[in-house]
Design a protein around this ligand. Structure first.
Ligand code: PMP
Length: 412
């Protein structure tokens, strides 16, 4: 059987980076991979992270194993960041350290596949491409269903399609994956009123919610605002133990990544928070998570946990970090404004307002595969085939070039 294995393509965003690196054209632009770049389009170590690194270096720390669920002081701070100090540290929230957001999503899928055993997992259409692969790998018996998310005619959330699909097709115990903020790739989030309606459906149908939180703080510059939906779901359904099990979701997991909001991409630091309904023993469920971790990675890695913990527990570093996320969020916002005005100024066909309405790392441009291909072949501009553009690759020097190239591909 091994001899029949076909060669598979590399994941698209990684393949784009490789192709971009090989391209010798001087004006090339990388709008592929979702990584923050500064105004010079260079990798940016957050000043708060740099200070934490220096502090940690001076401590002459050892390199012993962490416990299987991870570093307890880090996990406590990770909980505080997601849930806020009022809701965190509750009996029904059990948390573990993970190998970044991907590891959290993978562990969530593994845990659900083994112990929840849903018939279906509902994934937004479109979504971060790894959701499909993760659930295919970790939950092979679970059917992956797409719920409508994006309406190309209005370039906004396909709210009616999303809610109708969950209302009509989801069954009790099914999993629904929701992006906590800065939806990847569309950059479109539900409003608070829409989140409340989604919460109602999820509770009524007794679904299991997996919140994927990869951009807390990065999206708006305010980590509390970006955690609103998660905190709303938690306090509405799980904050009050007297609520009847029939009125709440089957459970909830939050997959938390520190890759973008701390710029710790390669350190692979994240957390998984499991919220159990009153009918389930939080401690029992937690021990099963721990067992899965033992079989997968034995125990997680040290550096990212130390770094995040140092920043979140030191008042000065924490406020420095808040400045850092604001710097990233506001640079992306200003890039949105300049791209939109460049396109308008040169008279590129179309309504470009949506670029400013979307939030987070990406703009979902609606460009076709053919147009994306031409951007790459003719203009050396690299972005995903589905039209997703990572805005951090733009700056004052290249935005006019990119706008002219977009005009070329949309006007023909
Ligand atoms: N979920 C979403 C929606 C993402 O966009 C990403 C990063 N692209 C992740 C999870 C995982 O990121 P990481 O594993 O690098 O923390």
């Amino acid at each position: 059987i091994l001899s029949d294995l076909p060669e598979l393509p590399l994941a698209e965003s990684f393949a784009l980076t490789e192709a971009y690196n090989l391209d010798t054209f001087p004006e090339k632009v990388n709008l592929g991979q979702g990584v923050y770049r500064d105004e010079e389009c260079q990798s940016w170590v957050l000043p708060s992270v740099r200070s934490a690194e220096e502090f940690l270096h001076q401590q002459h720390l050892n390199h012993e194993y962490l416990p299987i669920p991870g570093a307890a002081p880090f996990i406590k701070e990770a909980q505080n960041l997601v849930f806020g100090p009022q809701l965190a540290q509750k009996e029904n929230i059990r948390s573990v350290q993970t190998v970044a957001g991907t590891g959290a999503n993978h562990l969530a899928a593994l845990f659900c596949a083994r112990y929840l055993r849903p018939k279906n997992v509902f994934i937004s259409d479109p979504t971060w491409d790894n959701h499909q692969l993760i659930w295919e790998t970790a939950g092979p018996g679970i059917e992956r269903k797409l719920y409508p998310y994006y309406d190309p005619s209005t370039r906004s959330l396909h709210f009616d399609g999303m809610t109708a699909e969950l209302e009509n097709s989801a069954e009790e115990n099914d999993v629904v994956i929701l992006h906590a903020c800065a939806h990847n790739p569309t950059g479109i989030d539900p409003t608070q009123t829409q989140w409340k309606k989604i919460a109602e459906i999820v509770a009524k149908k007794r679904l299991f919610v997996v919140f994927d939180s990869a951009y807390q703080g990065f999206a708006s510059g305010d980590p509390d605002a970006d955690a609103w939906a998660i905190r709303y779901f938690y306090s509405t359904f799980f904050g009050d133990a007297s609520l009847s099990t029939s009125a709440i979701p089957a459970g909830m997991i939050v997959c938390q990544s520190f890759s973008k909001n701390f710029g710790l991409y390669g350190e692979r630091i994240g957390a998984l928070h499991l919220i159990t309904p009153p009918s389930v023993s939080p401690w029992g469920a937690y021990t099963h998570l721990v067992r899965l971790i033992r079989s997968e990675i034995s125990c997680p890695s040290l550096f990212g946990a130390r770094c995040v913990h140092t920043i979140l527990t030191d008042l000065d570093l924490r406020s420095k970090w808040i400045e850092d996320v604001k710097t990233m969020a506001s640079r992306i916002q200003s890039v949105r404004t300049s791209l939109k005005s460049e396109l308008e100024n040169i008279g590129a066909q179309g309504d470009w307002d949506y670029i400013e309405r979307q939030i987070g790392m990406f703009s979902y441009t609606g460009l076709s595969k053919i147009q994306v291909h031409r951007l790459k072949q003719v203009h050396h501009i690299y972005m995903l085939e589905n039209g997703r553009m990572s805005l951090s690759g733009l700056n004052g020097n290249n935005v006019a070039y990119v706008a002219r190239a977009i005009k070329d591909v949309v006007d023909r």
